[in-house]
Design a protein. Structure first.
Length: 592
């Protein structure tokens, strides 16, 4: 059975050595000294390692069951969920006015990585709630906030996000679910939603569904869509639960992974719903949930890679096969551990350098969210908006790839159920699909985000990297192995952006055929930047006589691997982009 050890030390390194959180002027960050974050991360680690991780396989094997409209989660899930609630984890970064702990989003992300690595399917129940809480917090009326948020933040009620219908996923303008206005100001919601994560389950007393539907007078396409709160049980004026609403689970999906999470068909048969946010502006409100969810899914991707890597590493240290070609390493054994072999080391370093870089990238993005929300910083808001499709698309593609690499480290054992690596592969796969497929993320990046603010935000990104390199060029230790490769990669990114500017307008296919490569090129540059910053912090720690030189030296060596062996992928992506649409678009559909 796989094991999980929370990477608390690595998280502390990013928070304090790289991001210097305690010195930040973001409101609330002054409380994030090393001891405080250590205490929070240690508690989350205990829960992840001792409670959630042991349930990961149970959830996979038992899955969820639907009987007479009631969904039962796997054994142990309810107890674990209650422990999450008791620990206040569900409302960790939520508004204290409604019972949350008011911690920064960054802390929530660090804790979230542990919960996801330990048990992704389980964590989705509270992950979906979190998105619904944010939408109500941002777009709800004072009455709606008072009515729903305290119980959701406490975890007594959960939340869902209902977009997808049988005939539409990406193209939400096609949705058919209807909202009919009633005399009392409520709406009757009628329609069918599919693949609704955590749509029905036995973990909470009530489920607050957020549902996209079309009310009369909104017009065609996404413009006519509004967002509605549809509780499973009606909530009385005094806050007690009333009658069952006309919403039910019509079926559970049988799927490749995340078996412990109930993926439901949800039928709304004239269910009572309440408008949230402005009429016919539901997509705006939904984007509050979707943007948050996309960052959460990016985190899911690398978090699965991280736990898979840990288990691959354990195996590589134990498994005895063959001898090191330059000299026997384990003379008392029949063979050497496979970690001595260059190809196994290459494989492990691909996993390690990606997951640690991805962690830094995600935490950096989370800090930007705090900057945007807590300081009302419009530039930070724009930058995280630009980076969101990169975090979602690149980190989930590479996270999945990492689980496959980890599986490969185990040879045949990676393919068997016993070792559990195959579950990480299956669970990670969905992250590339939901919350908008990765192809759609790349279209969002190239089609919308590059042009955002008249191109100012992407230029600000280029300037940030350029200035960082310039400011640190005097750092000899950093220059050759980190700054020079970063400069080269960043030039590739700029050249790709320039190609789109010059060729995308005259033929949009030129941009759309290169968007996926651009997303990966961008992701590599971000990880290259992160590795430079991590190496810089490590060199500084070594210079200051750290008591743990091995940790920092290991960081530098892992970073060198990324810069030398992963980052050059930017040249390939650029070269593909610059070939334009021709080879992609020439073939007639009939000849595929
Ligand atoms: C396990 C699971 C859980 C889910 N949870 C939820 C949930 O909680 N709530 C919810 O509302 N939904 C949920 N979904 C739905 C999920 O978000 C959608 O499956 C996803 O957004 C893709 O939509 P689709 O499956 O309809 O694919 P389609 O939209 O049919 O797309 C099919 C393919 O075509 C591509 N494509 C489509 N349009 C374009 C275009 N214009 N340009 C280029 N390529 C295009 C896509 O990238 C994709 O590869 C879940 C799905 C699964 C499987």
């Amino acid at each position: 059975m796989p094991t999980y050890t929370a990477p608390v030390k690595d998280m502390q390194f990013i928070l304090h050595d790289v991001l210097n959180v305690a010195q930040s002027d973001i409101p609330g960050y002054d409380e994030l000294d090393r001891d405080t974050t250590q205490a929070i991360l240690d508690e989350a680690a205990k829960l992840s390692e001792n409670v959630l991780a042991p349930l990961n396989k149970v959830g996979d094997e038992q899955g969820c069951k639907l009987e007479n409209g009631v969904v039962t989660t796997p054994e142990g899930f309810k107890d674990a969920y209650d422990q999450m609630c008791e620990g206040g984890w569900i409302g960790l970064d939520c508004d204290p006015e409604y019972g949350g702990q008011g911690m920064p989003y960054l802390v929530n992300s660090a804790v979230g990585e542990m919960f996801v690595s330990a048990n992704m399917a389980f964590n989705m129940y509270q992950g979906l709630s979190h998105g619904a809480i944010s939408a109500i917090q941002t777009h709800g009326s004072p009455e709606q906030k008072a009515k729903y948020l305290p119980n959701m933040i406490e975890g007594k009620w959960s939340g869902t996000m209902n977009l997808t219908e049988p005939h539409c996923g990406t193209d939400l303008g096609l949705i058919r679910t209807k909202a009919e206005p009633q005399d009392d100001g409520s709406y009757k919601i009628t329609g069918s939603k599919i693949w609704i994560s955590a749509g029905e389950h036995d973990l909470t007393d009530n489920i607050i569904h957020l549902v996209l539907a079309k009310a009369p007078g909104g017009g065609e396409g996404t413009k006519g869509i509004s967002l509605f709160i549809v509780p499973k049980f009606m909530v009385n004026e005094d806050g007690s639960l009333g009658d069952r609403n006309a919403v039910s689970c019509g079926g559970l999906e049988h799927k490749m992974g995340i078996h412990g999470n109930a993926t439901c068909v949800m039928n709304y048969d004239g269910a009572t719903g309440y408008l949230i946010g402005e009429m016919h502006k539901g997509m705006r409100a939904m984007f509050t949930m979707m943007n948050e969810a996309r960052l959460g899914v990016g985190l899911q991707g690398y978090a699965q890679g991280a736990v898979a890597y840990q288990n691959a590493l354990g195996f590589a240290r134990e498994r005895l096969q063959g001898r090191e070609v330059k000299g026997v390493q384990n003379p008392d054994g029949p063979a050497d551990p496979i970690i001595v072999h260059p190809d196994v080391r290459r494989n492990l370093l691909m996993q390690k350098s990606f997951t640690e870089g991805a962690r830094a990238f995600t935490f950096w993005g989370a800090k930007m969210i705090d900057e945007a929300h807590r300081k009302s910083d419009a530039d930070a808001d724009a930058m995280i908006s630009l980076l969101t499709p990169v975090i979602k698309g690149f980190l989930t593609d590479k996270g999945f790839e990492t689980t496959v690499l980890a599986q490969q480290t185990l040879g045949g054992s990676g393919f068997t159920k016993e070792w559990g690596l195959e579950q990480f592969v299956r669970d990670a796969r969905i992250t590339m699909i939901y919350e908008g497929t990765n192809g759609i993320q790349s279209l969002d990046l190239v089609g919308r985000k590059l042009a955002m603010n008249g191109g100012k935000t992407i230029m600000a990104f280029f300037d940030m990297v350029k200035n960082y390199i310039k400011e640190n060029e005097g750092n000899e230790a950093l220059k050759a192995n980190f700054l020079d490769p970063l400069k080269k990669a960043s030039k590739d990114l700029q050249a790709a952006g320039m190609y789109f500017m010059q060729n995308g307008m005259k033929n949009p296919h030129n941009a759309l055929s290169g968007s996926y490569d651009f997303m990966h090129l961008f992701g590599h540059v971000c990880l290259g930047l992160m590795w430079s910053k991590m190496a810089q912090a490590s060199y500084a720690a070594l210079k200051n006589g750290t008591s743990d030189p091995e940790f920092y030296q290991t960081k530098i060596e892992t970073g060198r691997f990324y810069m030398a062996r992963q980052l050059p992928a930017t040249a390939l992506h650029l070269s593909r982009i610059e070939t334009g649409a021709d080879t992609v678009m020439t073939l007639e559909a009939a000849n595929f």
